[in-house]
Design a protein around this ligand. Structure first.
Ligand SMILES: NC(=O)c1ccc[n+]([C@@H]2O[C@H](COP(=O)([O-])OP(=O)(O)OC[C@H]3O[C@@H](n4cnc5c(N)ncnc54)[C@H](O)[C@@H]3O)[C@@H](O)[C@H]2O)c1
Length: 346
């Protein structure tokens, strides 16, 4: 049994708390928002975000971070990406040697273009920072619907400790050393989900969505490789796995925002209608800058950025994607294809 502090009591922090408590761990959930702490303590349910799901008795909810983190072995960072840096600064005040940090937020820091584990590592360089990611909607995890994720860590021992802690009959966890790849997959799929939503809002079909998902993962992989990640990560749970769930599910706020934009809403109207953080919007901006920094072709991400930030008509954006210069499907991996037939030798 572990003692775990979950930092952030939104949908994901609460769902993970429920999952871990049901496995017999002792869980404290901390929130910066006093009303949220009161609501969770009074109703033992997150009425706004996970209605109808009761918190097990072995979950304590507090607004006192020092108390929440004391004597815990694992600290789970479960706040939306834009709050990660400031929350890490708070956590840093009470962190103890050996406490393992698990980042579950998905995004990039807009100003620095760092991944979120990198942001946390900058703030707390002496503690092991791991990431847990994959196709995992909170609404389903909280209801014990079978789910799989991957934990990324620098040390195998630490990865296996987090795997053992989170693993349950309904939550299967794999391990990987590719922290950066896992984070890029989890963050960038939100931009592709916006594109998939826009396509749905424009009343395009399944063909279009499959194209966006497949060419989307090609873009993500290209950037990931340039940034030192493994290509295999993008064919895994935090790559294609998370992309599929985000682009096809109505639980996805990024896809929902995209549908609204494709139906004619402005970005501001779409965000206020979804009523929750639409992380893909900030990530689109950061991803576009990363593409330029690493000189990587990312046409879908470029067009999404133009629709979001330059008011480009979504229909025109799709037309521009369709009419780009013609190319080979896997031009960056030409060497592999030359092993089948080398066209240049014909
Ligand atoms: N919801 C999911 O299904 C899911 C699944 C996997 C990963 N994630 C990732 O987990 C992260 C959290 O997502 P979520 O769905 O729980 O978001 P959410 O919008 O439900 O969570 C918001 C919570 O963050 C906390 N918060 C609000 N303002 C804050 C502030 N200024 N400082 C610190 N904390 C603050 C509060 O507890 C609030 O309830 C995101 O990065 C998301 O991408 C979510």
């Amino acid at each position: 049994m572990e003692r775990i502090c979950i930092v952030g009591a939104g949908s994901w922090g609460t769902a993970l708390g429920i999952l871990l408590a049901k496995s017999g761990h002792s869980v404290t959930i901390w929130s910066i928002m006093n009303e949220e702490v009161e609501m969770l303590n009074q109703h033992r349910e997150h009425i706004d975000k996970l209605p109808g799901i009761t918190l097990p008795d072995n979950i304590m909810v507090t607004n006192n971070l020092e108390e929440g983190m004391s004597q815990t072995g694992i600290v789970v960072m479960a706040v939306p990406s834009k709050f990660v840096r400031n929350t890490a600064k708070l956590v840093k005040q009470y962190i103890q040697p050996g406490q393992i940090i698990v980042n579950v937020a998905k995004g990039l820091e807009e100003e620095t273009l760092l991944t979120l584990a990198e942001v946390i590592e900058e703030e707390m360089p002496n503690n092991p920072v791991t990431v847990l990611s994959g196709p995992s909607h909170a609404e389903e995890v909280a209801k014990n619907i079978p789910t799989t994720c991957v934990v990324g860590a620098r040390s195998k021992q630490v990865a296996e400790k987090i795997q053992d802690t989170f693993m349950s009959k309904t939550f299967r966890v794999y391990t990987s050393p590719d922290i950066r790849g896992i984070e890029l997959g989890g963050a960038l799929k939100n931009v592709i989900a916006l594109a998939a939503g826009i396509s749905d809002g424009l009343k395009f079909g399944d063909n279009t969505k499959a194209a966006l998902m497949t060419r989307g993962i090609a873009e993500i992989s290209r950037l990931g490789l340039a940034m030192g990640a493994s290509i295999h990560t993008f064919g895994g749970l935090s790559g294609v796995g998370d992309l599929i769930v985000t682009c096809t599910s109505m639980h996805s706020r990024n896809r929902r925002a995209g549908i609204l934009i494709g139906s004619g809403y402005t970005l501001e109207e779409a965000i206020s209608e979804v009523k929750m953080v639409v992380e893909g919007v900030n990530t689109a901006n950061a991803a576009y800058k990363l593409a330029q920094k690493y000189n990587i072709e990312m046409p879908i991400i470029e067009q999404v950025s133009k629709v979001l930030f330059e008011n480009k008509n979504p229909k025109e954006a799709v037309e521009d994607l369709m009419l780009r210069d013609k190319t080979k499907e896997h031009k960056e991996y030409e060497m592999d294809f030359n092993k089948i037939i080398n066209w240049e030798e014909e």
